[in-house]
Design a protein around this ligand. Structure first.
Ligand SMILES: NC(=O)c1ccc[n+]([C@@H]2O[C@H](COP(=O)([O-])OP(=O)(O)OC[C@H]3O[C@@H](n4cnc5c(N)ncnc54)[C@H](OP(=O)(O)O)[C@@H]3O)[C@@H](O)[C@H]2O)c1
Length: 244
């Protein structure tokens, strides 16, 4: 049976790569982002040629009403949600003393509360059907910390703790919750740092290269598929060896 899959932050980067993977398997996609460009639009043809379907719903995951619109759209169109990929996120690179209360609230609001909003909105349906997969995209930095990324690390550490707690709670109801915690991946997010800084960082990665979005999408696909059937509350970190 075709799966109904919500991916947040699917307009570019890792979310777009995840959407491409699922479009290629003929799934029924409901994609969220704050805006969509031409790259995302190309998925429609890809999905159609593989027997799938794509709907775009613009919205901000930190807003409960936008998330309600997203979930209602998926339910009206397909009648159920099988997989939620909580991917939308923002980075903040600032010394802690320069980070304002607004900065903190924005990063926590999108990365942590946004994840909670989506998870909270889809769980009742999944529990009622005794079936569902939720994959939260966190970050290896939520595990190891990073200077000048305190709000980001706190938000992603929160996503990791949220994943573990909810996973234990809902696994008995047939819903599997896990997290992918990427290392440095070549997306627009890396553009927050300078070329020199990125060159230096690359040399410190045991694999000597940044990861590609599709290398994260592959892990998400695994956790959402048959191979992930015994995975509960796991934090899987494709990171080129940066955190072992
Ligand atoms: N790239 C990395 O090295 C890396 C490493 C570890 C974890 N991650 C995580 O992976 C996820 C995807 O990151 P990425 O590298 O693909 O970044 P990206 O290229 O910046 O893409 C993030 C996407 O999320 C969207 N988004 C941001 N805030 C949103 C909101 N409030 N509601 C809905 N959509 C929103 C962005 O939309 P806009 O265009 O409107 O901003 C953008 O399309 C994030 O959670 C990130 O923290 C990334």
């Amino acid at each position: 049976m075709k799966r109904v899959i919500i991916v947040t932050g699917a307009g570019r980067g890792i979310g777009l790569a995840v959407a491409r993977r699922f479009a290629a398997t003929g799934d029924l996609l409901v994609l969220n982002d704050r805006q969509f460009g031409d790259e995302a639009a190309e998925i429609v043809e890809q999905a159609k040629s593989c027997g799938g379907d794509v709907a775009f719903v613009t919205g901000d995951v930190s807003r409960v009403e936008d998330v309600a619109t997203l979930v209602t759209m998926a339910m009206d169109r397909h009648g159920r949600i099988d997989v939620l990929v909580n991917n939308a996120g923002v980075l903040l690179s600032k010394a802690t003393v320069d980070t304002s209360a607004e900065d903190w609230a924005r990063v926590i609001g999108i990365n942590l509360t946004g994840t909670w909003n989506c998870l909270h909105a889809v769980l009742p349906g999944m529990i009622a059907r005794r079936s569902g997969r939720i994959i939260n995209v966190s970050s290896e930095l939520g595990l190891i910390g990073f200077a000048t990324y305190a709000a980001y690390c706190a938000s992603k550490g929160g996503v990791i703790a949220l994943t573990k707690a909810v996973a234990k709670e809902v696994a008995p109801h047939g819903v599997l919750v896990n997290s992918v915690a990427p290392g440095p991946i070549e997306t627009d997010m890396l553009k927050y740092d300078t070329v020199e800084y990125n060159d230096e960082t690359r040399e410190q990665i045991p694999l000597r290269r940044f990861g590609q979005p599709d290398e994260i999408a592959a892990m998400v696909e695994f956790l959402a598929g048959p191979g992930g059937s015994y995975m509960v509350g796991q934090i899987v970190s494709p990171n080129g060896g940066t955190a072992i």
